[in-house]
Design a protein around this ligand. Structure first.
Ligand code: ZN
Length: 352
């Protein structure tokens, strides 16, 4: 679901900037620890805050390989798991928090996460089950065939082993500060990629730990996700993940930042240019989807198929979320409406 970036500097120059940015973060006491995951996204970035308390931002997934590499990465900075005093979780995706319970048990670290995410993490298995039921409802309602939905359910259940429940000891309100000896980090809720996305601002250094809210080499998928604390069968309006994400992006765009440390891949040194590229990408994609709907009414699944062809089963929900996010923009603009036929939603031009 990615497009090559436009207007980005050429690869060697970009690599040099990324290296410099990583070195700078390290000098500021925020080295990156890139932890392997079994997922398509590749490695996930945890960040160490070498301050008091010694803090780890995100843990990586729950696997022996991730634990092993995390230990070695910590060792390369002269630390071990037992020394960690605070563990901070950025959002509800298993590649970011799966190891948290093991790390907290071994280190006795406090665990901090956004208020609302704490309950989710404490009851991870049940919450993930509710997420799957919500996703299943969305997929059937938007035209994904029942056999594909069943296959995805099985995949999702097997992925759950890379997560694990963890008790949050320090719930964070939106805007709340984490105070260290040499810095403060302000927790800011920036939902869209997931309902719980939290970014952490070191205002004095103009560094933002953004997790998956902003990633340099891929656009963060605004996944259609059950709102925290809701029931999967809630018949309220569908959450508008992309609309939420775009307004979060606009807020981040206004921040004065020297460096954005992302949850995957290289640091971002020019967040305004990157965010503007993302805004254009989503606008283009919405217009393309609008043209498909103008041709004839289609389900979101048919549109996803038209745009990306036969994607792997595991990508079916991603592409559906991608289409529905842009459809929401068109619905809000009054250009598209939903029509329910036998429990399945067809998307129709409002001009029709
Ligand atoms: Zn994520």
């Amino acid at each position: 679901v990615n497009e090559p970036k436009r207007g980005a500097p050429p690869p060697p120059e970009r690599e040099r900037l990324a290296e410099e940015a990583l070195a700078h973060a390290g000098e500021q006491g925020i080295p990156r620890l890139a932890i392997p995951t079994p997922f398509q996204v590749g490695r996930v970035n945890a960040y160490l805050i070498e301050d008091e308390p010694l803090t780890l931002i995100d843990s990586g997934p729950n696997s022996a390989k991730a634990l092993d590499e995390l230990e070695r990465a910590l060792a390369s900075h002269g630390h071990e798991i037992e020394e960690i005093e605070l563990l901070v979780i950025t959002h509800q995706h298993i590649d970011h928090f799966g190891l948290a319970a093991i790390l907290a048990r071994r280190s006795q670290a406090r665990v901090a996460a956004l208020t609302g995410l704490d309950r989710y993490l404490a009851n991870f298995k049940q919450e993930a089950e509710l997420d799957d039921r919500f996703a299943e409802r969305m997929m059937l309602r938007h035209g994904i065939p029942a056999d594909v939905v069943g296959a995805l359910r099985a995949v999702s259940a097997s992925f759950r082993a890379w997560g694990g429940a963890v008790q949050v000891t320090t719930p964070l309100g939106d805007g709340e500060q984490l105070v260290f000896k040499d810095r403060t980090l302000r927790a800011i809720h920036r939902p869209g990629h997931s309902p719980s996305d939290t970014v952490f601002l070191d205002q004095r250094r103009s560094i933002l730990l953004a997790a998956d809210h902003l990633i340099g080499h891929i656009s963060s998928n605004p996944l259609l996700t059950r709102p925290l604390g809701s029931e999967p069968e809630d018949l309220g309006p569908r959450p508008q993940a992309l609309v939420t994400y775009l307004s979060s992006l606009l807020e981040t765009r206004e921040m004065a930042l020297e460096l954005v440390l992302a949850g995957h891949g290289a640091p971002i040194t020019d967040h305004v240019t990157l965010i503007d590229e993302r805004l254009r990408l989503h606008r283009r994609r919405a217009e393309k989807i609008h043209r498909l709907i103008l041709e004839r009414p289609r389900t979101a699944h048919e549109i996803a198929h038209q745009m990306w062809g036969n994607v792997a089963v595991t990508q079916a929900y991603l592409t559906l979320s991608e289409v529905l996010g842009h459809v929401d923009l068109l619905i809000n603009e009054g250009r598209v409406r939903e029509e329910e036929v036998d429990g399945v939603i067809k998307l129709t031009s409002s001009a029709r």
